[in-house]
Design a binder for this molecule. Structure first.
Ligand SMILES: [Zn+2]
Length: 262
């Protein structure tokens, strides 16, 4: 295959850069600028559809105490977490692995196995606050947009060379928007940002944000005890538990504590 002239790559890269500038938004609480092509309403509708599927295929817990606790924490947190187009719903899934997740549109799932690590109400609030912070910061859409941009320069050159390929460049990447809710791993920076924002949210909901540090320490202890020999649950493989995570949380703790009324 003949390589397109270098100048076409330059043009396509310029187009991608212009699109990126046109699609920047600001992350609440941290003020960081991010690239995001997706519309919040579109993100929410994808989240709703995915959650519906999960409720139909996964086992839902009927444990009254666990459900009551999750509903109580969810009610308090949902008042202070600015999720676009939220239709809040908190569901406990019967699954022994310690895990929780949040989808665009305010759909939150908690595994019954999480309670052995969260241990108390504030610990649960720390996990849910962290997961919903990923949604508030629109991290999935950001990842998808970054991937789209990475491919846009090459695809854009293809588009300019071949006028029959009308679906080239960014539109093709956006057709993959279904991958939005399937995003399992966030970047390291996004994880730390979700920690920082989650601590603020739990403080605003009336939970001591310092409990988030204890929570991650309990998670590390649980992993050291249970996840040896490459048997690391997905949540822990995507949430590194190390010094950096704890020290960053400690660094930002004063801004969360300023929101905590005790
Ligand atoms: Zn996370």
């Amino acid at each position: 295959m003949k390589r397109p002239p270098a100048s076409l790559y330059a043009v396509a890269t310029l187009i991608a850069a212009l699109v990126a500038v046109a699609c920047t938004t600001t992350v609440p609480e941290t003020g960081r600028r991010q690239v995001n092509f997706l519309d919040p309403a579109q993100e929410a509708s994808l989240g709703l559809t995915e959650f519906q599927k999960m409720k139909q295929t996964l086992k839902i817990s009927t444990d009254p105490a666990q459900n009551a606790l999750v509903q109580r924490v969810g009610a308090r947190l949902s008042k202070v977490m600015p999720v676009p187009n939220a239709q809040w719903e908190f569901v406990v899934f019967d699954d022994p692995t310690p895990n929780a997740f949040a989808l665009p549109g305010g759909k939150v799932g908690v595994h019954s196995g999480l309670f052995q690590v969260s241990q108390n109400e504030a610990g649960l609030a720390a996990v849910i606050g962290h997961e919903v912070a990923h949604v508030v910061a629109r991290h999935s859409g950001e990842r998808l947009s970054q991937n789209a941009l990475a491919g846009a320069a090459v695809a854009g050159a293809g588009y300019l060379l071949n006028k029959d390929d009308r679906n080239g460049a960014v539109p093709t990447a956006l057709l993959g928007a279904g991958a939005l809710v399937a995003t399992k791993a966030f970047s390291r920076g996004q994880e730390l940002e979700a920690d920082r924002m989650g601590a603020i949210f739990m403080a605003r909901a009336g939970y001591d944000p310092r409990e988030s540090i204890s929570l991650w320490q309990r998670f590390a202890a649980w992993r050291n005890k249970n996840a040896s020999g490459g048997n690391t649950p997905q949540f822990l493989s995507t949430h590194p538990l190390d010094e950096k995570r704890i020290s960053e949380l400690q660094h930002y703790m004063p801004e969360a504590l300023a929101e905590y009324k005790g």
